[in-house]
Design a protein around this ligand. Sequence first.
Ligand SMILES: [Zn+2]
Ligand SMILES: [Zn+2]
Length: 257
Amino acid sequence: MWIDSHCHIDKPDFNEDRRQMLDRAADAGIDAMVVVAASDTIEGVTKTVRFAESHPNCFASIGCHPHHSSSADDKWWPALKTLALESHAVVAIGETGLDYFYDKVPREKQRDVFIAQINLANELKLPLVCHIRDAHFDAFDIFASLPVPQLIIHCFTGTSDDAEKYLELGAYISFSGIVTFKNSHELRKAAAMVPTAKLLLETDCPYLAPIPKRGKRNEPSFLPHTAEVIAKERGMSIEALAASSKEATIRAFGLPR
Ligand SMILES: [Zn+2]
Ligand SMILES: [Zn+2]
């Protein structure tokens, strides 16, 4: 019924009860999950690929998170390319992007590492999972200067105007549990205006559990809570949103049916 388009279920947070967590996901109607690498080493990224290969209905996205940009040297890009070409589980590059909220790495370095992964996605003809936080202006600047791969804007937290600009670039836009938070009025407006063909859902677990699970460790089985809020905001049924978001996710990542 659902696809969790962005999760980190290979993290140690799930070591104690991974089997049960996956059972709960299956019970909640989660048919597939895109497991996104978030490591500062190539070995860590490789582990995410192996995880996806050894778990049914799991796919991998590989890249260098903006928080880890200072670890990325020139060895990263050929290594990611080899992983993408060798493993059928790899469906995207990322997450990559710009995070000016946490600003953990100098912005110039974040931009360089982001551009390297835009180029890699273009070369491999894979979609690019983008993490853009408080940096939409710079992201649009970069996209205006380069060929733009198929973009997936993960955990979107911008305004309706930002969403509009990403849509003009052909992007898919993915919403997380943040959309359920009390103060997320602007974000709910954006979630209401994105065309169904472009709207994806994600947990980004173990982070960002939706209301009523806020504050707990997030997991894929919580995805329907986020979907419920978006369906209500859009005035569509939960079944229709399940069908459209699943179809959009299959198209965005080129997943097998
Ligand atoms: Zn992210
Ligand atoms: Zn993530």
